[in-house]
Write a protein that binds this ligand. Structure first.
Ligand code: BGC
Length: 415
């Protein structure tokens, strides 16, 4: 098998690399961390890599959610020139493994005892047929609502704890001339809001059936109709210029008080922090109404490449990524929490503490769920089919009944 040959080659290089004099470790790193908070975070890894003698070649591909980065990756792999390390996550890791193009990083994983410091659910995503093929960076939570503290206080509004409360607050803000919901009309952002609404309205079991198991009855259910009804209401709470707006510009609208709320993963917090805003004072965080926790684990997969400088670079990167210091400093900047369970959170902000506590509670209660919108729950074709319908509905006057029919059909056709 092609993968086995490549695996054998990378092990041979790794072994050779320990005994022979060789060139400095190299890594060409493809990622989509280009916003203020994201760039500040990835710089932590670049610095650590350089301090260990590594030469980093940056390949940033702008575009939140990573769709553009994934298109760039496919082009590079098809051209036979894969980058050495790629920001990749969830089932996409397995999809690339099946193409026979991933390297094996088990030597680092074993040396560092990853199995002992990563939760089993996260480790599962990082393994390909029992071998470690990716290194996890963090746990981002998706179902968050962010708010401008002063705007809420001025309008006598507290963080909503139900969707009815959200709708009432939004209507009040709109009447006061404030955009209730900062949103960027890009398919992945529509999907991000949609999955938070679906979890809130349907609950964790509904979410699992719909977006993990792709159960037809659930996709067509009355509950799903209600989810689309709420999406229609939310469409009325965004400003006129929402189309195509980048997520960080939507976050900026909340920061400067032009808008009150944003529903977005906690990389939005990284943006607030990078701008010097303080949680609980300048901005507020709360989980979106309802139970459960939608997780999104960023990770790096190493692609099979030739040359001991590159394979050394891959092993060094993997070692740093799961290293305790990186997991702490990176995640304090990025807005996420560490993937490792043994990193103390004392220096993290209150939103990160909420995230960690809710993750533990959800894990114990069976409501810790993978984000479909951020590529953790489904393969690309199925996730894409759902998102196409969500976006088509959000950007038209399609009825909720038509949307659920279209959703069920699109999912069937994508299988
Ligand atoms: C990634 C985050 C990133 C966000 C916006 C998500 O899919 O997991 O790391 O900050 O997209 O680009």
């Amino acid at each position: 098998m092609k993968f086995k040959t490549l695996f054998a080659a990378s092990v041979a290089f790794a072994v050779a690399g320990t005994s022979l004099a060789h060139a400095e470790p190299q890594a060409e790193v493809l990622h989509w961390w280009t916003s203020g908070g994201e760039a500040r975070s990835v710089a932590v890894l670049q610095k650590e890599f350089a301090s260990r003698g590594g030469k980093w070649t940056d390949m940033p591909v702008a575009g939140g959610g990573g769709d553009a980065a994934m298109t760039a990756l496919r082009a590079r792999v098809l051209a036979g020139n894969a980058p050495t390390a790629v920001q990749l996550k969830g089932p996409a890791i397995q999809e690339w493994y099946e193409e026979g193009v991933l390297a094996n990083i088990s030597s680092v994983a074993k040396a560092q005892g990853w199995a002992d410091v990563l939760p089993a659910s996260i480790a599962g995503h990082m393994k390909c047929e029992g071998k470690w093929c990716a290194a996890p960076v963090n746990v981002h939570r998706i179902d968050w609502i962010w708010a401008n503290a002063a705007v809420l206080a001025k309008n006598g509004i507290s963080m909503p704890t139900s969707w009815d409360e959200f709708n009432a607050a939004a209507a009040k803000l709109q009447a006061a001339g404030i955009t209730p919901l900062a949103h960027g009309g890009q398919a992945w952002q529509d999907a991000t809001v949609f999955e938070a609404v679906a979890l809130g309205i349907g609950g964790p079991k509904f979410f699992q059936k719909a977006f993990v198991e792709l159960d037809q009855a659930t996709l067509k259910s009355n509950t799903m109709v209600k989810v689309f009804d709420q999406m229609r209401i939310m469409r009325g709470f965004v400003d006129n210029n929402f189309s195509g707006r980048d997520w960080n510009l939507a976050t900026a609208m909340v920061m400067n008080g032009e808008a009150a709320f944003q529903i977005m993963g906690d990389w939005a917090k990284g943006e607030f922090l990078a701008a010097g805003k303080r949680p609980g004072i300048d901005f507020l965080c709360a989980s979106t109404p309802g139970d459960g926790f939608l997780y999104n684990v960023d990770s790096f997969a190493m692609f099979a490449v030739d040359g001991s400088d590159k394979t050394d670079g891959q092993l060094l990167l993997a070692e740093l990524i799961v290293g305790k210091n990186f997991q702490k400093v990176f995640n304090m900047n990025k807005g996420s929490i560490p993937a490792r369970v043994d990193v103390a959170l004392d220096d993290f902000d209150p939103c990160a503490h909420t995230s960690a506590q809710d993750m533990a509670t959800s894990n114990a209660g069976g409501s810790l769920l993978p984000s479909y919108a951020h590529g953790m729950a489904l393969r690309g074709a199925q996730a894409g089919a759902i998102t196409d319908v969500v976006t088509a509905h959000f950007n038209s006057d399609m009825s909720s009944a038509d949307a659920v029919e279209m959703l069920a059909t699109a999912v069937t056709n994508s299988m």
